[in-house]
Design a protein around this ligand. Structure first.
Ligand code: NAP
Ligand code: ZN
Length: 358
């Protein structure tokens, strides 16, 4: 049993893979020297929240520890800071993404890539809680206490609800687009126009690439263009797909479910890369000949480091990029999950955390 001082906080949790989310009381530590205590104003709803609540990643050895309090797209107001905190003060707007700690000493952490921490980072939810024991609890809650090294600043003119999804959907798409040098003269595909995908379109466009959206939902075509796509391809239409054979420099795949990646790999040109950010429940078969015939690569990418997340937020401030959001009350969360599964959200649900007190 931990002796760290703690305080109660209201939250929503899933108690099992089968149970809907429901009110649940948690505890947050009293801020220690380097901590920032945040009253959560908004929290985005990521498909990863749904995957984990339903324990869909068990086959990849990523198991849910119940109760799960999800949420890693957090924007809030600082209510208290520890005595050693230098970058935040009471009243500031602050943001927290998918990580709240890492080892700080391994080669990845030393390069500012805490998301690839070799001894294991602390996720905002479902990681061992070093302070209170048990597991960490996420942003479907009224408050959170986080080491200031993992707290981000939101550019002042951005809408706070629309900025929340930048903390996961934003950085998860920004980071690979930067890493694979997306920019003017590059033909870039974004597969799946959901929470991640629509941010990928906005970023790829803002970076100056020629952007093609691949969607299974014809009714999203008009939105895709409004969001910044130069072209839209209905991925189930073989004739439309065939027109893009061997032409892409880079494709970002943000699909949450089982699908045929090979159909997209063959659209890559020589040395082109398809990067998975989507995290489907089941393994995806790879047609190796597709790779051999044009030295193509399939890669993966996970969120982004803290410095890069701040860079992304600053980029959003400069280019006026935020998420297209539908703000909901926490009581609507289970219905929102069902709608997300049907692709019925434009394009990210964000919980107004004031509803937790109502
Ligand atoms: P989302 O909003 O539900 O979007 C997923 C999109 O995938 C849908 O809008 C749909 O787009 C497409 N899709 C869904 N089911 C499909 C199917 N059966 N076949 C083909 N396309 C399908 O989800 P999200 O929040 O953007 O998350 C996407 C994935 O990224 C999830 O698996 C999530 O866990 C993962 N993720 C990974 C990271 C990371 O660090 N790598 C971070 C966050 C999330 P269309 O209607 O346009 O086809
Ligand atoms: Zn996420």
């Amino acid at each position: 049993m931990s002796t760290t001082a703690s305080r109660p906080a209201r939250a929503y949790a899933a108690q099992s893979a089968e149970s809907p989310l429901a009110p649940f009381g948690i505890r947050r530590r009293a801020p220690t020297a380097h901590d920032v205590a945040i009253e959560i104003l908004y929290c985005g709803v990521c498909h990863s929240d749904l995957h984990l609540c339903r324990n869909e990643w068990a086959e990849s050895n990523f198991n849910a520890v119940y109760p799960v309090v999800p949420g890693h797209e957090i924007v809030g107001r600082v209510v208290e800071v520890g005595p050693a905190v230098t970058r935040f003060k009471k009243g500031d707007i602050a943001a927290v993404g998918c990580m709240v700690d890492s080892c700080g000493t391994c080669p990845s952490c030393n390069k500012g890539m805490e998301q690839y921490c070799e001894t294991g980072f602390t996720l905002t939810y479902n990681s061992p809680d070093k302070h209170l024991g048990g597991v960490t609890y996420g942003g479907y809650s009224e408050s959170v206490v986080v080491d200031e090294a993992f707290v981000l600043k939101v550019p002042p003119h951005l809408d706070l609800a629309a900025a929340a999804p930048l903390l996961c959907a934003g950085i998860t798409t920004y980071s690979p687009l930067r890493h694979w040098n997306v920019g003017p003269g590059k033909k870039v595909g974004i597969v799946g126009l959901g929470g991640l995908g629509h941010m990928g379109v906005k970023f790829a466009r803002a970076m100056g690439a020629h952007v093609v959206v691949f969607t299974t939902s014809p009714h999203k075509s008009e939105d895709a263009r409004r969001l910044g796509a130069d072209e839209v391809v209905i991925s189930s239409d073989a004739a439309q797909m065939g027109k893009h054979f061997r032409s892409f420099d880079f494709i970002l795949d943000a699909v949450s479910a089982k699908h045929d990646v090979n159909a997209f790999v063959q659209l890559l040109r020589l040395d082109g890369t398809l990067t998975m950010v989507g995290a489907p429940e089941k393994p995806l078969p790879v047609q190796v000949f597709n790779l051999l015939m044009a030295r193509r690569q399939i890669a993966g990418s996970s969120i982004g480091g803290i410095a890069e997340t701040q860079e992304m937020l600053d980029f959003c401030g400069e280019h006026n990029v935020v998420s297209d959001v539908e703000v909901i009350a926490i009581q609507e969360i289970n219905a929102a999950y069902e709608r997300m599964l049907k692709g019925d959200v434009k394009y990210r649900f964000v919980i107004d955390m004031a509803s937790l007190k109502g």
